[in-house]
Design a binder for this molecule. Structure first.
Ligand SMILES: [Zn+2]
Ligand SMILES: [Zn+2]
Length: 171
């Protein structure tokens, strides 16, 4: 658990918009497969918004059919891939519930799925992580949006990069 296998899709802000979207789509496909979501990643249009100042992501739909996912470049620049990845999971939850139930809300079904996907319930604002798990040796920082066994018992894990110990900062 110290090493998230999905972290291999991470990209850094030096990449192009095309690389960013390619990574987001690969990551989305992996999440959809792992959680058995009703999401056809290739059937959706994926966009970068360079204008969005507060909104981290959005699903655009027509009469309940999801058509396009927009991700905010600014969140990626400011907060990095982990924050974007959490937004991708949030938007995938919307796509799944739209397709399964025509539900675009943040209601009870959304909250259950958001918990399963370890993402935030509100998409109106850029979400700051609730915790940073920091390696005391190499300084690697892992964003966590909810409590988890890693957050509660960091001493039971070691850094995937260097084998160092973790401490937890509550945001
Ligand atoms: Zn939302
Ligand atoms: Zn480390």
């Amino acid at each position: 658990m110290a090493e998230d296998p999905l972290a291999r899709y991470a990209v850094t802000p030096a990449c192009s918009h095309a690389e960013f979207l390619a990574a987001a789509k690969l990551y989305a496909r992996a999440v959809a497969d792992r959680h058995d979501l009703s999401v056809d990643v290739n059937a959706l249009d994926w966009d970068v918004s360079t204008r969005a100042k507060r909104r981290a992501g959005a699903v655009h739909h027509r009469e309940g059919t999801p058509e396009r996912i927009t991700l905010a470049w600014r969140q990626f620049e400011n907060d990095g891939w982990d924050a974007t990845a959490a937004t991708v999971r949030h938007e995938l939850a919307h796509v799944h519930l739209l397709r399964e139930a025509g539900d675009a809300s943040h209601g009870p079904a959304f909250r259950r799925l958001a918990a399963e996907l370890d993402t935030h319930v509100h998409c109106e604002r850029f979400a700051a992580p609730a915790f940073w798990v920091v390696c005391t040796d190499c300084g690697a920082r892992l964003a966590r949006y909810r409590r988890s066994t890693l957050v509660d018992a960091p001493e039971e894990y070691r850094c995937g990069d260097c084998g160092g110990r973790f401490r937890v900062e509550e945001v």
